[in-house]
Design a protein around this ligand. Structure first.
Ligand SMILES: Cc1ncc(COP(=O)(O)O)c(C=O)c1O
Length: 402
């Protein structure tokens, strides 16, 4: 096996070129590695409490489900770029909620944002074949890197400053010259930090690199108002949004991207040829969801309470945890009792994850799932109801870190 070059020419073995024919061999899916913890946690009476994947557990608004069933849009093919209704609703949401003016013509639908994140390098490379590099935050949602690998590009992580924001000054001019795009993610998964989107837009314009701003947690910004990169002009930037988190609609697979007219036009045209379409009934339901803020305000209150309470549970257990500036994740530093890692040679993140599964019956995600920079942390997704979190609290109150 030869490893595919990633991360500025280094090899991480994330995607492998097989010996026979040199074909791509997909790596193990990150969350599939966590089944061992699930088995441990499941042994508790009351079962495992899953705070690993950020999949919402709360119900979507009733009017959205009603809209899904009553659109009458089942028969015909939907518009790949998104229906007029959907694009107007997205535009109105951005203007109402964040004060930016993104006309419906500058907005296009995507089938949830994961496929967009994974596909952007491939499509941008069709546009700029002389470029081959994807820049993304060093601590990040794994799909930024995977999108680069799937497009046979170089995935180059951008180091973070001590506050978790991207250190754009550390990007070498050589990498900038080869870059197809720069990804930013604010509020960030897993760290919850808020990045300087004005600086990212400026950097992209200075180097002629499109900046893609993944803003899927924007509604769960706790430190001040939600921020979008589109506040800093449209030129060279694309904001990426999803209904998955905002409206608990991860199962519908719907999102959109908005911004620079040329980029939106190019991407939506390529995607149309490739047959990417959000189903018509889903587009109608998403338009209804985007038109309503009351359910989001309710959800914000739910996450804020859970973050606060579970941070307290962990802190009282001897695992100090701070609430984030954004997102519904706690990004928790591994206490020194676990610093040496597991007796089986696993990292400190895996050692704490194992302990939490064993004593709390709770599943969290080891920080190294988000890149080597995540070692020494675990991510806790507050996606279970209050009674399940209290159950973990009771289990942990009887446990002692040794
Ligand atoms: C940072 C980030 N971007 C994108 C996504 C994908 O969301 P979806 O595909 O549901 O729109 C996620 C999901 O967890 C995420 O955390």
């Amino acid at each position: 096996m030869t490893s595919l070059p990633v991360s500025g020419g280094e090899t991480q073995g994330v995607g492998e070129l097989g010996d026979a024919g040199g074909g791509f061999v997909p790596p193990v899916y990150p969350f599939d590695k966590l089944t061992v913890f699930a088995e441990l946690a499941q042994r508790h009476e009351g079962g495992a409490v899953d705070l690993s994947i950020g999949t919402p557990c709360d119900p979507p608004p009733a009017q959205v489900l009603a809209a899904l069933a009553s659109s009458g849009a089942e028969r015909g093919y939907p518009a790949s770029i998104g229906s007029t209704e959907f694009r107007h609703a997205a535009s109105a949401w951005m203007s109402r909620r964040f004060g930016v003016d993104a006309e419906p013509s500058l907005i296009a639908a995507c089938v949830g944002t994961k496929e967009l994140v994974a596909g952007v390098p491939h499509w941008l490379r069709l546009r700029s074949p002389q470029r081959d590099t994807v820049l993304y935050p060093i601590l990040a949602y794994p799909t930024y890197e995977m999108g680069a690998i799937l497009a046979r590009c170089r995935a180059v992580p951008v180091p973070a400053r001590p506050d978790g924001t991207m250190d754009l000054a550390s990007i070498s001019p050589e990498d900038a010259a080869r870059a197809l795009c720069l990804w930013v993610n604010s509020p960030g998964n897993p760290g919850g930090q808020l990045d300087d989107l004005a600086a990212a837009a400026r950097w992209g314009r200075a180097y002629g690199v499109p900046v893609f701003s993944d803003e899927c947690y924007i509604e769960f910004t706790w430190a001040g108002p939600g921020r979008t990169i589109l506040e800093h002009g449209l030129e060279g930037v694309v904001a990426v949004h999803t209904l998955s988190k905002r409206s608990n609609l991860a199962g519908l697979r719907v999102g959109f991207f908005a911004g620079d007219p040329d980029l939106v036009e190019y991407l939506s045209s390529v995607r149309r040829h490739a047959g990417f379409m959000v189903p018509g009934p889903v587009q109608h339901a998403a338009a209804v969801a985007l038109g309503d803020d009351a359910h989001v305000d309710l959800q914000r209150a739910i996450y804020a309470t859970r973050l606060e309470r579970f941070a307290k549970v962990l802190s009282e257990t001897g695992i100090p945890a701070d609430t984030p500036a954004g997102s519904f994740y706690l990004w928790v530093a591994v206490p020194e009792e676990f610093a040496a890692g597991g007796s089986d040679g696993t990292s400190s993140s895996w050692a704490l994850t194992t302990w939490l599964a064993e004593y709390g019956g709770v599943l969290v995600t080891p920080g190294d799932t988000y890149g080597p920079a995540g070692t020494g942390h675990v991510r806790v997704a507050l996606v279970q109801p209050e009674d399940r979190l209290e159950l973990v609290g009771r289990r942990l109150s009887a446990a002692k870190i040794t």
